[in-house]
Design a protein around this ligand. Structure first.
Ligand code: SAH
Ligand code: SF4
Ligand code: F3S
Length: 456
């Protein structure tokens, strides 16, 4: 198979969070190592891997329609082998749907099995009668802690990282069971990688030219709690900070209940850990936070964010918020708006509650009507945008250190990059390369960006 597969071309499409982006790099690395080559477009691919997200119904719908489109676009030629990879593949109803409605999907693999993709794809390519090749674990229930099936082996190849930033997984899975969330079901229990494996990977990335390391986990602050040994997230940050050549360290996602003041202090002391705190609050109402099983109150959240502001005044704080959780009253929603105004987030990802099968919240009575949820979302977005614009405009005239990522999408003649606080900056210089660290004088600001020339 090794020799014939050399002619096969693959295309990978990624939906969902940074973890899926990181997994897609491994999927590409594995296919390249097997002798596959990248296709320029889906149309010329023999294999199309769709790495999927199941976090909201809208995320799943996007994938189903995209898969339909891929199948339809190959109507006049031999259809590609479509691989449904990622979180959607862990859900039995989705596997049933493929069997009955999506015959063009020939392989399905959950996130803990992506290293099986090349073999399954080769089987599917060599035998068109093979119907659906599966590598998924039974969906997790509270009782099933299928760790071996959810963590990836160490040392898998990865596609060469483009640009100055690289993702590094520090843990897999999640143990929190926030009542709205499907992630613990599809990604399994929390398993931390060994500190040495993480540090070695980061060192090797820096040796190969990356200067920004982005640590990934569903609850990075809980890193190490499942390992034997007294080594936790703050220790990891301190050790990574020492790596020669590293310029910036970021991490996603934090959980407010596990974000200790010690971690804030370490971030203040270390040189390279960026002053950006993404702390998903989800709701400002204590009643709803309890129903969500978030394990903190509005008061505790405010105490944490005030501590951050006191210790690191220039830090940015961003968040995720869900509106329309079952039984959310107008008063609960007002609590969220009040919290947003008190914290003054630099930015927020805002979502309408989407019931997910198997989660406790999907079974709760008092699901809210779609219209009410949309109205609340609009109101929240308007308030948050106002705050974001006002914070960004307060940066007019300042000089920001920016790590250049590449050409800007809207103004391709210019470059774009990020501040340490994770704000997007368009720099109007035309001679910059990805990886350049430059100072930019901010002369224009909007909701999504800051803009200006180089400052010498
Ligand atoms: N582990 C991260 C986030 C994972 S999912 C954390 O704990 O914050 C990313 C975001 O999607 C969540 O923060 C939440 O705001 C949103 N989300 C998750 N499940 C959702 C659902 N069922 N409906 C709407 N939004 C949801
Ligand atoms: Fe989902 Fe909660 Fe885990 Fe985040 S911490 S992945 S929201 S269960
Ligand atoms: Fe989506 Fe899976 Fe990430 S459900 S948000 S791709 S962990």
């Amino acid at each position: 198979m090794e020799t014939t597969s050399k002619t096969f071309k693959y295309f990978v499409e990624t939906f969902g969070c940074q973890m899926n982006e990181r997994d897609s790099e491994t999927i590409e690395g594995l296919l390249l190592a097997k002798g596959f080559s990248p296709a320029e477009t889906v149309q010329e691919a023999d294999v199309v891997v769709v790495n999927t997200c199941a976090v909201r119904e809208s995320a799943e719908s996007k994938v189903w329609s995209r898969i339909g489109e891929i199948a339809a676009s190959s109507i006049d030629k031999k259809p590609p082998v479509i691989v449904l990879a990622g979180c959607m593949a862990q859900i039995p109803e989705n596997i049933e749907r493929i069997k009955t409605q999506a015959p063009y999907v020939r392989v399905a693999t959950g996130p803990g099995y992506i290293h099986h993709i090349p073999d399954l794809v080769e089987r599917a390519l060599s035998d068109p009668t093979e119907r659906l090749l599966l590598a998924v674990s039974p969906t997790r229930t509270g009782a099933c802690r299928d760790e071996s099936a959810q963590t990836l082996p160490e040392g898998l190849p990865r596609k060469k990282v483009q640009g100055p930033s690289a993702y590094v997984n520090i843990m897999y899975g999640c143990d929190n069971f926030c009542t709205y969330c499907i992630v613990p079901f599809v990604r399994g229990p929390q398993v931390s990688r060994k500190p040495q494996d993480i540090i070695e990977e980061a060192k090797s990335l820096v040796e190969h030219g990356c200067c920004e390391i982005i640590l990934l986990g569903q609850n990075v602050n809980a890193y190490g709690l499942d390992l034997d040994g007294n080594y936790y997230f703050a220790d990891l940050l301190k050790d990574l900070d020492e790596i020669k050549g590293i310029e910036r360290i970021r991490y996603f996602t934090s959980h407010p209940a596990y974000f200790s003041k010690e971690i804030v202090d370490v971030i203040k002391e270390t040189k390279h850990v960026c002053e950006h705190f993404h702390l998903p609050v989800q709701s400002g109402s204590n009643r709803i936070l309890k129903l969500m099983n978030r394990k903190y109150t509005q008061e505790e959240y405010l105490e944490l964010t005030s501590y951050i502001r006191k210790q690191i005044p220039d830090a940015s704080i961003t968040t995720d918020i869900i509106v329309g959780f079952p039984s959310e009253t107008d008063e609960d929603f007002r609590d969220t708006l009040t919290l947003v105004e008190k914290v003054r987030f630099d930015g927020a990802f805002t979502f309408i509650f989407s019931p997910r099968s198997r989660t406790a919240a999907a079974r709760m009575k008092e699901q809210l009507p779609r219209e009410l949820k949309s109205e609340r979302l609009q109101e929240l977005v308007a308030v948050q945008h106002g705050i974001t614009r006002s914070i960004n405009s307060s940066l007019l005239g300042t000089v920001q250190e920016v790590l250049i990522e590449g050409p800007d999408k809207r103004y391709p003649q210019y470059s774009r990059g990020r501040t340490r606080t994770n704000k997007l900056v368009v720099c109007t210089a035309t001679n910059l390369e990805p990886g350049d660290m430059v100072n930019v004088k901010i002369e224009e600001t909007g909701t999504w960006y800051l803009k200006g020339p180089l400052h010498s």
